[in-house]
Design a protein around this ligand. Sequence first.
Ligand code: HOZ
Length: 430
Amino acid sequence: MNHQISHELFTRALQLMPGGVNSPVRAFKSVGGEPFFAKRAEGAYLIDVDGNRYVDYIGSWGPMIAGHAHPKVLEAVARVMVDGLSFGVPNALEVTMAETITRLMPSCEMVRMVNSGTEATLSAIRLARGATGRNRIVKFEGCYHGHGDSFLVKAGSGMLTLGVPDSPGVPKSLADLTLTLPFNDSDAATEMFDACGSEIAALIIEPIVGNANCILPRDGYLQHLRDLCTKHGTVLIFDEVMTGFRVALGGAQARYGITPDLSTFGKIIGGGMPVGAYGGRADLMRQIAPSGPIYQAGTLSGNPVAMAAGLATLELIQAPGFHDALEATTHRLCEGLEAAAREAGVAVTTNRSCAMFGLFFTDKKVETYADAVSCDREAFNRFFHGMLRRGVYLAPSAFEAGFLSSAHGETEIAHTLEAAREAFRDVAAG
Ligand code: HOZ
């Protein structure tokens, strides 16, 4: 593959932007090498500025569940944008969006649109603190809830990838209010709540961890957390920025039958535009300004073009059988990857939930953060580059979940598995 134009762009970018990128997870810092620059994308493919094509398993880090540049989404955007890009007064699409989210996520009786998942989570935490009058929050090791100060403690995603789970710049007095727990350890959660449950405003969790690769909750674990929060008057927040509308139409909360007090969303609900949302119990949401005293605002929140892209995407994923088909494709992919690894004599295991999956270089089941970080990262890095050379783009980190879209069909899976057979042989060869 020729990467001449990408290389030239990256060389210029490095002088102008920290690390040459506008978000750390895009750099190839932990896998080595240089990122490629996208020219365009269609369906399951990314096409770079040098003309190389890749089957894409990131989907812009999650929004493109219906595939890149879906004609229905592009049409909706084109239709709306001729009327103006932003109004700064209410528009009808915001109402339709709120109706859609509250219908698909019944735990959300009311919703507030924001511009990113980060905004959604930090707003939800402020609401929980304001509503309970408590300051402490609980998060989980390896979970990532965006880059709000309170969350940059033992965080996943780019922070885990770069080996800096806590960030300079976060005041210690604030970080001290963030307590952390190991994911999937019910006893540790019970102990913490027994010790100081009455001081905990919120427990925020990715119900399926997607920022320390992909880790599923053990049976009964989420219910246990729900019960603890109810008992101690703590607001349970499901961060469904990744899982929402993806692991089921109703998200992880539908899949596991749990009703959180608040939920946060992003990615899919923007269809590729910058969008986030938080929602939940009406008695909590009514405490947000202007109906209540807890302040949160945004110049571009509910932006009509973003709402149009999100609504078109949400329309597509409500087609009968949409998630079942995605789940079947993910199953074929993961089973195929495991078989290809076995053939090459490489120890690999996968986790998956509908259109979300994780690939781990280990022969053990991965159920905890400790399991995920003990996998063979060097093997992943070799595999990543082996796949990239063969036209398959995985997240450039051993600690990010992969995403499929409805545009990933037989051809793409066959190509991926063929590439994987060869890339696993590279890994085995060392
Ligand atoms: N939250 C995503 C990574 N797990 C992508 C956002 C970003 O950090 O760029």
